[in-house]
Design a protein around this ligand. Structure first.
Ligand code: BG6
Length: 484
């Protein structure tokens, strides 16, 4: 199957923080792939903007290094790299001062889309937005992209929203949550709203519970300072995990359009129950086999920040009342595996004689690795021996079903950047959504900080603290295995 790639219109994309980690790891390699795929046109320009003293050649050398480091060898093609570098330039800009802004204005071309990626600390969003506007670098058709973290609580998120709104209309602001750009996450919407099969069953009458797991094997080494101020709740739950929960739980939007989708997600966030502290488990990984502990990684022997969190969340509305959502995420767990599992209720009565209990179907949506979906169904075990029941997966790994094109689906970032150029905000968070998410998160964080709770230690390579297992056992349920 050959994917149909439609080139986007020519653009000037300015990356503030163009020499930073995110630009090197994700944004620049992603743009290169879009060029190689024929989606980024040869007339597009990428302009690195940062405080460091450099010039076009210096920045091109940095970009070249980033491509070598973060792209697999088979994706690197010298001719395409030369073309990509010829579309790149650099402007030295002082985000909070006056230097460089005139140069940047002189750099921008008329008649092409202008997009500005804020891959910088949130404290710089306001000053940059203000200068783009005051210096006439941005106009009413320009777009700005705000990278996370979008605040650290409700108050700071409100302030950021106010600072951006002072210079740009909401329709120009693209708040990135890269989980929304993941292939399977979008597929979740296709499966829910493009098929008749699931929607009638998609409620508390037929679904027993839902599990959302984002397990990572990496620790926090290298970004300990940021992480220790944040913790898993702010870093993963407030944004990525809540977005996944919203897509599972939301009502069908009337159209697949930005505000229809975002209105429905907002309703879910506003219907979230507060979580009883007994239904929250926080953890920190311990030292093991020469590997530092979380506290050693962040350099604070008394840190009370969690790098693992599991909780049971309820949604107070007609569709979900009584069906819990269990979410968990953590660092240095046994495998890198992200999955949403929709666990259906068991059949109401067992007509078979077997005594191993009733079976329940599970629809599992794997975000990574091996993106795909699997539906567990109960069948008769083949062969003689009477009516023995067996659970088997109806498996749909995208790579298998759709061929190599699916395996090479664009990375979340590159897909989202193309959406910015196309002017499609569907997969970006609206200001009120981010604020509602913080409004739900703040009291939970405030609760454990106020009580001085200390996270539970857990072994590296495990599934997290034992108490997280108990969280489900108490309800007569269990977590699915964390498997790569
Ligand atoms: C980021 C978090 O937003 O998402 C990181 O700040 C986390 O802590 C990362 O590791 C996970 O993203 P992915 O795409 O690797 O699952």
């Amino acid at each position: 199957m050959v994917a149909r790639i439609i080139p986007v219109d020519p653009f000037d994309l300015v990356i503030f923080g163009g020499t930073g980690d995110l630009a090197r790891r994700k944004i620049l390699p992603g743009l290169y792939r879009r060029l190689a795929d024929g989606q980024m046109p040869a007339e597009a320009r990428v302009i690195g903007a940062a405080r460091s003293e450099s010039d076009d050649d210096g920045f091109r050398a940095l970009v070249r290094e980033a491509l070598d480091e973060f792209l697999p060898a088979e994706q690197r093609d010298e001719e395409t790299i030369a073309q990509f570098l010829s579309q790149i330039s650099y402007v030295q800009v002082d985000a909070t001062g006056e230097n460089g802004w005139d140069d940047l204005r002189a750099h921008m071309r008329e008649g092409v889309i202008r997009a500005f990626y804020f891959s910088v600390a949130p404290s710089l969003f306001g000053p940059i937005a203000e200068r783009l506007n005051a210096r006439g670098i941005a106009d009413e058709t320009s777009r700005i992209v705000a990278e996370k973290p979008f605040g650290k609580d409700l108050e700071s998120a409100r302030e950021l929203n106010r600072n951006l709104a002072a210079h740009f209309d909401e329709s120009q602001i693209y708040r990135i949550d890269h989980y929304l750009g993941k292939e399977t996450v979008q597929n979740l919407m296709a499966v829910r709203f493009g098929n008749m099969l699931f929607e009638p069953l998609w409620n508390n009458k037929y679904i027993d519970h839902i599990q959302i797991t984002v397990a990572e094997t990496v620790g926090v080494g290298g970004r300990g300072e940021y992480y220790d101020r944040s913790g898993a709740m702010r870093d993963m739950v407030q944004n990525h995990m809540l977005q996944l929960l919203c897509l599972i739980a939301m009502e069908p939007p009337s159209r697949f359009e930005p505000d229809s989708v975002r209105d429905e997600k907002l309703k879910v966030i506003r219907a979230l129950d507060s979580v009883d502290p007994r239904e929250i488990v926080r953890g920190q990984y311990s030292a093991a086999d020469g590997q530092p502990s979380y506290r050693q990684d962040v350099g604070d022997p008394a840190s009370k920040t969690e790098c693992f969190v599991a909780m049971r969340v309820g949604i107070s509305n007609w569709r979900w009342n009584g069906t819990p959502f269990y979410i968990r995420t953590g660092k240095r767990l046994k495998a890198r595996a992200s999955e949403i599992a929709v666990v259906f209720k068991a059949a109401p009565h067992n007509i078979f004689e077997e005594d191993h209990g009733l079976h329940s179907n599970v629809l599992s949506i794997r975000l990574q690795p091996n993106e795909g979906m699997e539906l567990g169904v109960t069948i008769k075990e083949p062969g003689p021996g009477g009516m023995r029941l067996l659970d088997v997966p109806l498996d749909m790994s995208f790579a298998e079903a759709l061929g190599p094109d699916a395996a090479e689906a664009p990375d979340a970032y590159e897909r989202l950047i193309m959406d910015v150029i196309r002017g499609n905000q569907t997969l970006f968070m609206r200001g009120d959504e981010v604020e509602a998410a913080w409004a739900w998160t703040d009291p939970l964080i405030g609760g454990w900080e106020g009580r001085g709770d200390t996270p539970m230690p857990y072994d590296q390579g495990s599934a997290g603290p034992d108490d997280a297992l108990m969280l489900m056992h108490r309800d007569g349920r269990r977590w699915r295995e964390i498997r790569a």
